[in-house]
Design a protein around this ligand. Structure first.
Ligand SMILES: Cc1ncc(COP(=O)(O)O)c(C=O)c1O
Length: 288
């Protein structure tokens, strides 16, 4: 395979096709794992500490204590980085419950696994930034926080995967999920934002969504750049009336949304606030 990802499995770095996960690992059997996606900027891991903090919070939410210190995870990532011949890399850090009896109870899983997958940083087509992306508000709801809380970034992304497949069938690049109250939550792997008269709003985490690292960063940085940014409940009507809509995520950065369910957002072109957000993110990457 060309551009085959490399894996650090704790013993060393090997090509993905040689890496093995035990068949009785509860991560494989039940989605009983947590993960993070980290990118490099200027060749170095970007906001790794924030990602590791969130990973430990995700783990705590599924009653899983990660036994590896941050320093060890960082060292493994740098070893993997050194083996990858790319300017910028994508890393997926997966911590899994480990093999055990075929029982839902995790008690018998005594050897949790830590796997780092590294590859060339994928790039989205430029037109998604210059023209914006199209999204569909899918019928499927985001997981209710009283079930598997979306704040936990776990190996159970099936609902998001199905939402994405359904959005693609509707001719959109991504899905927006509502919650059971009909309020906007987020996209399948990105947080969602609206702009109203120059003010930026994103749904509160309590609505049922991942507390994105990029989201937290934007909530701090936009106001510093003179753009008010707050959390607020967004219903479908408010979403449709927004001047601008955009998405945020580690690999995506800031991506304008220019059509929702086939209807243009604002003028149907990337808006000034999204463009400013893209610039700010690029500057942060450049100064990493
Ligand atoms: C469901 C979901 N929401 C939001 C995000 C964006 O989070 P971050 O900015 O930490 O990458 C992701 C990232 O993968 C995600 O999976």
């Amino acid at each position: 395979m060309t551009n085959e990802p490399l894996v650090h499995d704790g013993t060393g770095v090997l090509p993905a096709h040689e890496a093995r996960v035990p068949i009785l690992d509860h991560g494989f059997l039940f989605g009983d794992s947590v993960y993070e996606v980290v990118r490099t900027a200027s060749g170095r891991p970007f906001m790794l500490e924030e990602h590791l903090d969130r990973m430990r919070r995700s783990a705590a939410m599924i009653y899983f204590e990660m036994p590896w210190p941050d320093a060890e995870i960082r060292t493994r990532m740098l070893d993997l980085r050194a083996a990858l011949p790319f300017q910028e890399c994508y890393f997926r850090i997966v911590a899994t419950r480990g093999p055990g009896p075929i029982s839902l109870l995790p008690d018998g899983c005594t050897e949790p696994g830590l796997y780092l997958i590294g590859m060339d940083l994928p790039r989205f087509p430029a037109r998604l930034y210059t023209e914006g992306c199209r999204v569909a508000v899918v019928r499927r709801l985001r997981n209710d926080p009283r079930a598997l809380d979306p704040r936990a970034k776990t190996g159970n992304y099936l609902n998001n995967m199905l939402g994405l497949v359904e959005a693609r069938k509707q001719g959109a690049e991504d899905a927006l999920f509502l919650n059971h109250e009909g309020h906007l939550t987020e996209a399948t792997t990105a947080n969602a934002w609206i702009v109203e008269k120059g003010r930026v709003v994103t749904p509160p985490v309590a609505e049922g969504l991942l507390q994105g690292i990029t989201r937290e960063w934007l909530l701090r940085k936009l106001p510093e750049a003179g753009i008010p940014a707050t959390e607020g409940v967004i219903d479908l009507d408010r979403l449709h009336r927004a001047d601008e809509v955009f998405l945020s995520g580690t690999v995506k950065g800031v991506m304008p949304v220019t059509a929702i369910d086939g209807k243009p957002v604002g003028k149907g072109m990337p808006g000034a606030v999204a463009l400013r957000g893209m610039d700010l993110y690029e500057m942060a990457l450049a100064s990493n």
